[in-house]
Design a protein around this ligand. Structure first.
Ligand SMILES: Cc1cc2nc3c(=O)[nH]c(=O)nc-3n(C[C@H](O)[C@H](O)[C@H](O)COP(=O)(O)OP(=O)(O)OC[C@H]3O[C@@H](n4cnc5c(N)ncnc54)[C@H](O)[C@@H]3O)c2cc1C
Length: 440
């Protein structure tokens, strides 16, 4: 341990006494680390900080667990599991197994999704975090200065802070959009009736996975995709595999088309008008157009934290912002939008903040094939996720040489199992979380 790190550890050990002193006086409480946002990034960061013995406060304005638990990975993969069961049952005749007519109870399928969320939620509860030494405040955080924060009217001081406030789904700004209730990946989980005709704006990962799942459960799904292939950020052969699968499931994908207007008479169903004049009828409309940074009420500028032209927090290679006490991790830092990237970046940021380190966070292996070709010494074929890795491994029969490359380039790689030959022999299943940055 360097002398520098030893000093930081000594400061941490003294800080609990300092906080007790501030509690006895009228001074606002001072924390070693305040983490804003309890998604994958914030949760991992606060648990890491608590393990170092730091005084850590986690602030959350909505539900502990963030997007991945409530509206992202967990519900979407549970819905995909239900859809997969329906698809397997339908295809069982091909194997000589007879399943009589397959019927789907959509409300029950959504109940299964909710059960999966509810099974995981207790792991991220106030009690579970408290048991690890993380103090939690439910409330809206807002910077009031370079080392102060307001939480619903209560002032707090921090030695270090971490912004982990994530992103929100982008809504279309088309004529007529205000007059119709547009579903997003935040709200689709409240549906209890399967839409007969579902139109999805956007052919990225979220549009594709939700579209395929709902088609397998019985909706007629049309995806309007302004690019000329599905998953435009992935390697073309990955797009081709997914397109073939969507075709088999009866999902209609209109490539190279833009919606120019939404016309609805009852505020729920209606038509999407395309740039070629066609009208596509929908019972429900889902926007999967990408995600925007969630900094609306945080006032980062009051803390001297700059943002990028796309609205994300500006960070350096060690995840530090333009205020040297403040760090950012996860989706809000403009990193590839995956929960494991958020988690690892949260851990790196908390470690750097508390131990005075400058560990670099290298996310190149997670980026889309286009930007990987531009930014990385690795060539564009490198599979980004295990499920695509398994396809590549199966094809080339050289599992270790393929799988080792990304691991070696990663700082803090969350996937040590990429090298497993078993994984290389596994069939690719569903596509867990491709590039979330630009649904289109
Ligand atoms: C449909 C869908 C499917 C997905 N599937 C996958 C997948 O299969 N695999 C995968 O790896 N990734 C997947 N993702 C992406 C993954 O969910 C995100 O990358 C991850 O949740 C980002 O975590 P985060 O901590 O950066 O932010 P979030 O999870 O968004 O958490 C941010 C938190 O900050 C809180 N907050 C914001 N502002 C404030 C404030 N001012 N004060 C207090 N609290 C605040 C918010 O309420 C929120 O709880 C999916 C996403 C979606 C939408």
């Amino acid at each position: 341990m360097s002398e520098h790190t030893v000093q930081h550890v000594a400061t941490l050990l003294n800080s609990k006494d300092a906080r007790k002193r501030s509690e006895r006086t009228s001074m606002p409480p001072e924390w070693d680390l305040i983490v804003i946002g309890s998604g994958s990034a914030g949760l991992v960061a606060s648990r890491t900080a608590a393990r170092f013995g730091a005084n850590v406060l986690l602030v959350e304005r909505s539900r502990l667990g963030g997007d991945c638990l409530w509206t992202g990975c967990v519900p979407s993969k549970s819905l995909i599991a239900a859809a997969h069961a329906a698809q397997v049952a339908r295809a069982s005749g091909n194997f000589g197994v007879s399943a009589s007519r397959v019927s789907v109870d959509f409300a029950q399928a959504m109940g299964h999704v909710q059960d999966a969320v509810n099974a995981i939620a207790p792991h991220d509860s106030v009690e579970a975090l408290g048991a690890l030494g993380v103090e939690v405040r439910m409330g809206e955080a807002r910077f009031t200065g370079g080392h102060t924060l307001d939480i619903d009217g209560e002032e707090h001081q921090f030695r270090q802070a971490l912004i982990a406030t994530g992103t929100t789904p982008r809504l279309p700004t088309l004529p007529g959009a205000d007059a119709v209730e547009i579903l997003t990946s935040d709200t689709i989980w409240n549906l209890n009736e399967l839409p007969g005709r579902l139109v999805i704006l956007g052919g990225g990962a979220i549009g594709s996975e939700l579209g395929q799942a709902l088609a397998r459960l019985g909706s007629h799904v049309t995806i309007i995709n302004r690019e000329n292939r599905i998953l435009p950020r992935e390697d073309p052969h990955a797009s081709a595999i997914l397109q073939a699968s969507l075709d088999r499931d009866g999902v209609e994908v209109l490539h190279g088309r833009r919606a120019v207007e939404i016309a609805s008479t009852d505020g729920i169903a209606g038509d999407v008008v395309l740039d070629d004049g066609r009208r596509i009828r929908f019972d429900r409309l889902l926007a999967a157009l990408g995600r925007d940074a969630q900094l609306d009420t945080l006032s980062p500028r009051l803390a001297g934290v700059d943002t990028t032209e796309h609205g994300y927090v500006r960070i350096d290679g060690s995840l530090r912002t333009t205020n040297k006490r403040i760090w950012a991790a996860g989706d809000i830092a403009g990193l590839p939008k995956f929960s494991h990237v958020a988690g690892v970046s949260g851990s790196v940021a908390a470690t750097n903040a508390l131990l005075g380190l400058r560990r670099k966070f290298d996310d190149r292996a997670f980026r889309g094939s286009r930007s990987r070709r531009r930014r990385s010494p690795l060539s564009g074929w490198l599979p980004r996720m295990p499920w695509t890795a398994s396809i590549a491994c199966t094809r080339s029969n050289t599992p270790l040489s393929i799988a080792r490359s990304p691991k070696e380039t990663l700082t803090g790689s969350p996937r040590s199992s990429w090298t497993s030959a078993d994984e290389c022999s596994a069939e690719p299943s569903s596509a867990p979380g491709q590039e979330r940055a630009s649904e289109n």
